[in-house]
Design a protein around this ligand. Sequence first.
Ligand SMILES: *Cc1c(COP(=O)(O)O)cnc(C)c1O
Length: 394
Amino acid sequence: MTATSGRSKFLPALLPFIEEDDIRAVNEVLRSGWLTVGKRCLDFESALAKFMGARHVHAVSSCTAALHLALTALGLKKGDVVVTSPITFTATVAAIVHTGATPLLADVDRDTGNLDPAQVEKLARTNRRIRAIIPVHFAGHPCEMDALLSLARKHRWLVVEDAAHALAAEYKGTPIGALPSTATCFSFYACKNLCAIEGGAIATDSATLDRRVRLWSLHGISRDAWKRYGEGGSWRYDVVEPGFKNNFTDVQAALALSQLGKLDRLQRRREKIALRYGEVFQPLEALEVPVVRSDVKMAWHIYVLRLRKRRLKIGRDGFIEELRRRNIGTSVHFVPIHLHSAYKKILKKSAKDYPVAMDFYSRALTLPLHPGMTDEDVQDVIESVLDICRRNRA
Ligand SMILES: *Cc1c(COP(=O)(O)O)cnc(C)c1O
């Protein structure tokens, strides 16, 4: 291997960002004697609702659980069809499958990798069993919600947003979580923009849906456990639904609250890194930087660069390998859903059914982007990318 630009220590594409005050907040709960779902969960739910201007927020164990709970509480079942994007994580589609409903993919918009409203409309013409859609705000770029919500109104569909990437994003000035959809699901997984180790939340305007997801998330028991076990609580309870065990915990809530308090700062750092990448990469013919539409605020969960294959002698996989040699970590978001073994069986689709998603995927790579990156880290990524482009010009 010849010496190239690069760095001596590996830089991962995604990393959790934890500071001393986060650790102190967790320690405090560990010493408090109350570990699982309790007052801190309620505090976090209120704080998050306020942050995004949502009427109700329920915190749960993951975004996967949030999606599944929302769909279950809304009564999705066998025979129903739910439309979503092939450019997403398996969780979005697994949540549909777990309710008994059938997932149906619509191809994506070539700029953003988000669900294309025109493709969704096309499906609506031939499929009468569609009951819901799940727009995925890929990379933290909001979907075209006006078009999707108006389609949903016309066809009486439910709209459950997968906002795992989109905490702190805005669509036409409205925070994601406060749009007039049925529900919005967030992720607080370790490497997402807000880290609770694991975690998720469902935001909704509907008091009824909020009550239903609360019920389903904790055994279907009619009262919160913390009330049941707390001072003055009663031993009486009733199981109203055969619920799941998807609750959040006070330890995670303490971490989440601590992170929420500094989210603005973390978001500004993400944006600054993304803008720096954009400045340098935009002029290069071999590279396509992420599109950010003028009517959105991007959450910059991930930075997805796309290659212009004709301008390079190496392909996407080769580019990733070259970055790895320079100790720069990357990822690919996402291997399209219909290419995975499990979904080949369920969806019975082939690669050519979603040409835009396939093109997006075949040229995409995710560069390191996390708030803990130093300016030197950012510069290392930039120099490595530039060096690879220079050496492999077609
Ligand atoms: C991470 C992710 C999820 C799942 O989130 P968890 O909190 O890990 O369950 C769902 N959808 C998308 C698009 C994701 O990236």
